[in-house]
Each structure stands twice: as structure tokens, then as C-alpha cells.
Design a protein around this ligand. Structure first.
Ligand SMILES: Cc1cc2nc3c(=O)[nH]c(=O)nc-3n(C[C@H](O)[C@H](O)[C@H](O)COP(=O)(O)OP(=O)(O)OC[C@H]3O[C@@H](n4cnc5c(N)ncnc54)[C@H](O)[C@@H]3O)c2cc1C
Length: 374
């Protein structure tokens, strides 16, 4: 049986970022991916926003890793020619209650270490984005957009360069993981054939299936509170010329599962709106939502948008730990040594801002692996 130092399960942005950080000439690693290409899960079905780290409760991994990763990501993009744009974002409030929420967001962002926020009035909103209607807004200059595939290609190139070989194995689904004397036996079905290998370290970066992969090794996912709740988000695209160039968001408290229906410019200049949030139990990426609730949210801050110009576009599914009616949950990034699984690293519930946080997550996980293997 082949023996390697580490196996990363899942070639999404998180698994690839980790692989790029831990690959080295004197370390054998494999990235096992069940699809026929990288980034076919949440990493290619999202808003591609480089978040600043404003919303998340202070002290959570979401807040810490996002704030740490924001400048890292711009540096990666510049140095490796990953397409991106630092467009800036405004979170727009209308009416007394929403303006109060914006003041709370300013405090939250500053407590998280986002120090470039500005509370702006309707005149400044008008100067920045003449077609946006708002009494006040939080301006976040360090929010931007990126090409998620470009980022993943960079992580893969780096992993290949550092390992001196190709660690990526596609069309290989991990089907079982058993503790062995020196690590774990990882069973797979590769190109239709069963194949097993042994690894000292296993990194579970399986996105929507990470709870099932944790279960494979023997973790009781209910006792550990690792059971995922899939939460879908649909997008509608706008025909015609975009009415705003910055990212425009409503205050998040209108929506307890996401950040609210916001404008999502892409790098080609097209504009989408989304994502909404509703729980699902199957992987179906058709847009299922009616346009009406989207449109009525959008016109609160972009009153000129016409319903007939909105067209069903794409959908993504979030790997949420927060179930219906429950409070928001943080990322779980855990070396499972304390549960009796030394060398097994779980990444559970890596929803937004997981793409932004990917370089900081990778650094954190690489640190866990160094400590363990040394
Ligand atoms: C609608 C939506 C909008 C979002 N917007 C943003 C945003 O603007 N900014 C931001 O920072 N984040 C955003 N996110 C979050 C971000 O997309 C995710 O946090 C990130 O992509 C997670 O990456 P991942 O590698 O963990 O998961 P994935 O990209 O899902 O990758 C997991 C991989 O594991 C593979 N896999 C699963 N099981 C197995 C198995 N048994 N064997 C082998 N391979 C397996 C899958 O095929 C998949 O390729 C958004 C998410 C959604 C859904």
C-alpha cells in the first residue's frame, strides 16, 4: 500500500490552499477529489467577494481569519496575476432602524480589526453611486472581488511547484477512513476501481460532505455538533448596464442566514444580485426562487431596477452548521487528537467568508500539521 505524509480530502479553495501550504520536496501529499476538475463545489458557486471581516462576532475564527486573510489575498492576487478588483463596498441603510444597525456594524467591524470603515451620509452615497438610495452607509474600501478559479489555479500551481510532482488525484472519492498504527488507511474509489493508501495526516476539506468524512473516521457528528445543514442561495442577473460599480449591500439584519440580497459585480462587468438563503436536502443548482422577493429587496437601495430585467442566473449551497432557527455558528478547524484521532484535521462548516479566509485557514492548518509531524 502507498504511504504518504498527508492526504487532503477535497480540491476546493480550502483544500487547495492547505495543500499549497504543506506541500514540500521532503513531504509526500495527495489531494483526493471526487470530481473530474478542481473547484466544482461551493468554491465556484459563490459571490467571489473578498470580504473585509465586518460582520462576524469578535473573537470567532470567521472574524480573525477573514481580517488576517484580506490583505494576504490582495497580495497573492497581485503577485500571481490572479484577476481581482478592489471595488469597495457600501452597506446602505434607509430609515432610523437601519441607520442604527449601520452604527452597530461600524463598532463590530472596528472591534474585529477592520480600521478603514467610514460611516457616510446620503450626499456622499450620491457622489459615489448616484443611483443608490440611502440615508447612510458603511463604506468599506478594502472589500473587493476576485476570480475564484484563478485563485484555486494559483494554489494548485504552488502545491505542484513545491512538491516537485503532481499531488492532485481527480475522480477519486474517499469512501472510508480507518485508524492504523502510523496514521490512517484511506479507502477510495478511483476511476471506478477501489484503491487504498496510508497517510500520517488526513485533512478533511470536503465542503458539503465534511460531516460525512468526519463520520468515516468514527467521529459522532451529532455529539460533536458537526452535522451540516445545506443552505442554498440563488442569484439573478441584471440585463443591461450595471447601475453601480461598487458592491452594494443592505444591512445584514434583514437576513439571519446570509448577508442580504446584494449586488455582485463580476470581473467582466456583469451584475448579479443574491444570494438568498433557504435550507435544502439535495444537491440541485437550479434557481428555484421567484424573482418578486429579490426585486422588492433590491429596490429599497436601487429603486430604478425593473423586475423584468432580472433573470435567473446561478445558485450555490452553503455548508452551514447553523440549523433552521438556530444561532450563527463559527468555522470548526480542529485537530481531532482530543477525540482520539491524532493527525486527523477537520474543517467543518466553512461557509462564507471561507473563500476570503482560505490563505489564513491554510496557514493555521499548516501550523497544526507542523506541530504534529515534528
Ligand atoms: C452562495 C454562496 C456565496 C458565497 N460567497 C462568498 C464570498 O463572496 N466570499 C467568500 O469569502 N466566501 C463565500 N462563500 C463561501 C465559500 O464559497 C466557501 O467558504 C468556500 O468555497 C469553501 O471551500 P471548500 O474548499 O471548503 O469547499 P468546496 O469548494 O465545496 O470543496 C470541497 C471539495 O471536496 C470534494 N469532496 C467532497 N467529498 C469528497 C470525498 N468523499 N472524496 C473526495 N472529494 C470530496 C468536493 O467534490 C469539492 O470539490 C459563499 C458560499 C456560497 C454557497
Amino acid at each position: 500500500m502507498d504511504k504518504v505524509d498527508a492526504v487532503v480530502v477535497g480540491a476546493g479553495a480550502v483544500g487547495l490552499a492547505i495543500a499549497s501550504e504543506i506541500a514540500g520536496k521532503d513531504r509526500d501529499i495527495f489531494i483526493l477529489e471526487r470530481e473530474s476538475a478542481i473547484g466544482q463545489g461551493a468554491s465556484s458557486r459563490n459571490s467571489e467577494v473578498i470580504h473585509a471581516g465586518i460582520y462576524y462576532a469578535t473573537g470567532t475564527l470567521k472574524a480573525k481569519l477573514c481580517v488576517e486573510a484580506n490583505p494576504m489575498l490582495y497580495k497573492i492576487c497581485v503577485e500571481n496575476k490572479v484577476p481581482h478588483k478592489k471595488l469597495g463596498k457600501i452597506i446602505v441603510g434607509n430609515g432610523e432602524d437601519e441607520v442604527k444597525q449601520l452604527e452597530g456594524l461600524m463598532r463590530q467591524g472596528e472591534a474585529n480589526g477592520v480600521h478603514d470603515l467610514e460611516l457616510i451620509d446620503s450626499d456622499k452615497i450620491h457622489r459615489l453611486e448616484p443611483r443608490v438610495r440611502g440615508d447612510a452607509a458603511v463604506l468599506s474600501p478594502s472589500t473587493g472581488i476576485m476570480d475564484a478559479h484563478g485563485l484555486m489555479d494559483h494554489y494548485l500551481r504552488k502545491a505542484r511547484r513545491q512538491s516537485g510532482s503532481d499531488p492532485l488525484v481527480l475522480e477519486t472519492e474517499v469512501t472510508g477512513i480507518t485508524k492504523s498504527k502510523d496514521g490512517y488507511v484511506v479507502d477510495t474509489v478511483s476511476g471506478g476501481e477501489p484503491f487504498s493508501l496510508e497517510a500520517r495526516v488526513v485533512v478533511n476539506a470536503a465542503g458539503l460532505f465534511c460531516d460525512r468524512v468526519a463520520q468515516m473516521v468514527g467521529i459522532d457528528i451529532d455529539e460533536a455538533h458537526y452535522r451540516l445543514h445545506w443552505c442554498k442561495g440563488d442569484y439573478f442577473s441584471l440585463g443591461g448596464k450595471p447601475p453601480a460599480t461598487m458592491l452594494v449591500y443592505p444591512p445584514p439584519l434583514r437576513d439571519t442566514l446570509g448577508l442580504g440580497i446584494h449586488s455582485v459585480p463580476d470581473l467582466t462587468g456583469r451584475l448579479k444580485f443574491g444570494p438568498n438563503a433557504y435550507y435544502v436536502d439535495k444537491l440541485d443548482y437550479h434557481v428555484e426562487s421567484p424573482v418578486e422577493p429579490f426585486w422588492s429587496d433590491i429596490v429599497t437601495y436601487l429603486p430604478e431596477i425593473r423586475k423584468e430585467d432580472l433573470h435567473p442566473d446561478m445558485a450555490g449551497i452553503r455548508a452551514k452548521l447553523q440549523g433552521p432557527g438556530e444561532k450563527a455558528r463559527d468555522f470548526v478547524i480542529a485537530h481531532e487528537e482530543r477525540r482520539g484521532y491524532p493527525g486527523f484535521i477537520d474543517l467543518i462548516g466553512i461557509e462564507s467568508p471561507g473563500l476570503t479566509s482560505s490563505p489564513a485557514i491554510a496557514k493555521m492548518v499548516a501550523g497544526m500539521i507542523e506541530d504534529y509531524l515534528d
